[in-house]
Design a protein around this ligand. Structure first.
Ligand code: 6CM
Length: 243
């Protein structure tokens, strides 16, 4: 029926600017669709790592072949910034080092696939006593009238060789944002809120003590969400809202 049709239409991912013949396009479509469908994900069975007002960070302890791969799921709602704005600060490399403090150096753009998709190489700060990590991943931004999403996903495509002293993390990360604006109020920055759902699945790609990994995660994810959103709010505060 009609209402079902419109629901289906909403669930479909909006347009992207990828070349349909590019070797990564199918994977990007598939991975992004599954994240998009995961909006409103349940945290049932997950451990609450941090709860502070509107911020909630959950983790599920998971080990695979001796590797700690605990999935992280977080939700946060912040005021004075739109979904579009938050997602753009997360995606746009220009701002990366302003809020991302786990990196050892600026990200390197390995390739630009489209206006909405880049291939990145990032080198992380070493965490004692483990080897330094790097990651190679595509990063894609997508939006419709309601939501904007960024997905970062590891790939071997065009990946620079791994140097000896490092290990390569694999990541599957999404941030989905939705603007909240009470229908009776004008689209003014003072009235808007942004609901954020952040999900991270990280495989450390090599040995690291479980206690260290879990401590780092417990400390760093809430810190990242607070610092990153505070950064966005500060950046936009004197600008007209971009919905
Ligand atoms: O999602 C975040 N950042 C994105 C842009 O940089 C991107 C990166 C994801 C990687 C997240 C893993 C970081 C793990 C901490 C680094 C230390 C590695 C060594 C571990 C050995 C003990 O999606 C924000 C990421 C916030 C991370 C807390």
């Amino acid at each position: 029926d009609a209402s079902n049709m419109s629901r289906l239409r909403q669930a479909r991912l909006p347009n992207h600017s990828l070349d349909p013949n590019h070797p990564l396009t199918d994977e990007i479509m598939r991975v992004c669709q599954s994240h998009w469908d995961n909006w409103g994900a349940s945290c049932a069975g997950m451990e609450l790592l941090e709860k502070d007002g509107e911020l909630a960070v959950y983790r599920k302890q998971l080990e695979e072949e001796g590797m700690i791969i605990d999935p992280i799921l977080a939700t946060y709602t912040v005021s004075g910034v739109s979904a579009r704005e938050v997602a753009e600060y997360f995606w746009d490399l220009h701002y990366r080092l302003d809020w991302e403090h786990t990196l050892d150096s600026a990200p390197v753009v390995v390739d630009t696939l489209a206006a909405d998709t880049v291939l990145l190489h990032q080198i992380y700060r070493r965490v004692w006593p483990t080897a330094q990590r790097d990651a190679v991943f595509w990063s894609h931004i997508r939006h419709d009238e309601r939501r904007t999403m960024v997905v970062n996903y590891s790939t071997d495509y065009k990946a620079p060789p791994l140097i000896n002293s490092r290990q390569r993390m694999r990541l599957n990360v999404s941030m989905i944002c939705e603007t909240e604006l009470p229908p009776e109020l004008p689209a003014d920055r003072r009235h808007i809120r942004c609901r954020i759902q952040y999900a991270a699945n990280i495989n450390p790609g090599g040995w690291a003590p479980a206690t260290v990994l879990r401590q780092v995660a417990k400390r760093e994810y809430p810190k990242f969400l607070r610092r990153f959103t505070a950064y966005c709010i500060d950046k936009v505060k004197n600008r007209p809202v971009q919905l």
